[in-house]
Ligand binder design. Structure first.
Ligand code: SAM
Length: 332
């Protein structure tokens, strides 16, 4: 494999990780993400093809991007997703290929995805109560998500299985004990993610963020935790239950920003590169791709965009300006 110079930003952070949104469409309507009526979807002809995605990943992998995570919208609503997984898992340099999903189609797709080369999965799950799950997702699909998780569990190649819960104050406190217990009972790493100002309704308020340390305190009333060292670029702080059973993680972008170690960039379903979740600016890759740009031209463009990667997200600073798109349109 031809290796190029590493992809490094103006603050000397080396880019190792790419999140690829394969669609902006979703079959859930989570309250902290999307309005009940959905959003205006990107027209199909604007969505990158599997070949276009793979081409970009090849160029990025030659510059040292090792980790690729497929997301959306809901990635499993994209037709033939296992075919893309197969193409990416065969891409030299891609050593860590994973998927973030709401899990509702995983009961059908876990097998084909593993067969295509998927090795890691994150399933979003905010409540283990049927009523409250439906309240937050606006869909009665808890049993199907749990079946999807069980199906994923059948494949030992697919590890770790992570369960991600967005923590919203006034809602999630009540969910914490059952989700912690899930991490003890099942081979799932349960992680709580702080609510970020990326909701399409723009209803986010700082006082609605339930912080990782608040959740940790709730868990420790019952089960003491011990911190496990995490990789420097990791978004999560990791803990194990002191009695040995299971792992919990906290992703605290609001209360404990981890931008200084950020090694991520994002590709939207319509082929725009974003160098931060909170970017106001995007870099069009679709047009040059479709106009026949060479690999060297794409490389130049990618390096130029990454040179402009934001230092940090500034959520906690006065005058914070929201991102130019919401979470499901970016690819969380
Ligand atoms: N549909 C897939 C899923 O549910 O995992 C992938 C896309 S979804 C946008 C990715 C993750 O972003 C999910 O875990 C979701 O809960 C999270 N998310 C959405 N809106 C968020 C927000 N405003 N703050 C924090 N996390 C959010």
């Amino acid at each position: 494999m031809l290796m190029l110079a590493p992809l490094v930003d103006a603050w000397d952070r080396e880019i190792k990780s790419l999140r690829v949104s394969v669609t902006d469409r979703c079959n859930f309507r989570c309250r902290y993400c999307m309005p009940a009526e959905g959003l205006e979807w990107v027209p199909r002809e604007e969505v990158l093809s599997f070949e276009e995605i793979t081409r970009l990943v090849c160029v990025l992998a030659a510059m040292g991007v090792e980790e690729v995570r497929l997301t959306g919208g809901e990635p499993l609503v994209r037709r033939d997703l296992p075919a893309l997984v197969e193409m990416l898992s065969a891409t030299p340099g891609v050593t860590d290929l994973s998927l973030t999903t709401n899990g509702v189609l995983l009961d059908r797709l876990a097998g084909p995805l593993v067969e295509a080369g998927l090795r890691r999965v994150n399933v979003s799950l905010d409540s283990l109560s049927h009523v409250r799950f439906a309240e937050i997702t606006r869909r009665e699909a808890l049993d199907k998500v749990l079946r999807g998780l069980e199906e994923a569990e059948r494949y030992p190649e697919l590890r770790p299985i992570k369960v991600n819960c967005v923590a919203v104050k006034g809602f999630t406190e009540e969910e914490v004990p059952a989700l912690a217990e899930l991490a003890r009972r099942k081979p799932y790493v349960v992680r709580f993610i702080e609510f970020m100002p990326l909701d399409a309704d723009e209803a986010w308020r700082e006082d609605e963020v339930l912080t990782g340390s608040e959740i940790r305190a709730i868990i420790e009333e019952r089960w003491p935790l011990e911190e496990i060292p995490a990789k420097a670029s990791s978004t999560a702080r990791r803990f194990r239950f002191a009695d040995g059973a299971g792992e919990i993680g906290f992703v605290n972008p609001v209360s404990e920003p981890f931008c200084s170690a950020c090694d991520r960039i994002r590709l939207t379903a319509d082929g725009q590169l974003r160098t931060c979740l909170f970017s106001r600016r995007e870099w069009d890759l679709k047009t040059p791709l479709r106009e026949g740009a060479s690999d060297a031209e794409l490389e130049r463009l990618l390096r130029w965009a990454v040179q402009h990667k934001e230092l940090k997200h500034r959520i906690n600073e006065p005058g914070f300006v929201r991102a130019s798109r919401s979470m499901s349109q970016i690819g969380g």
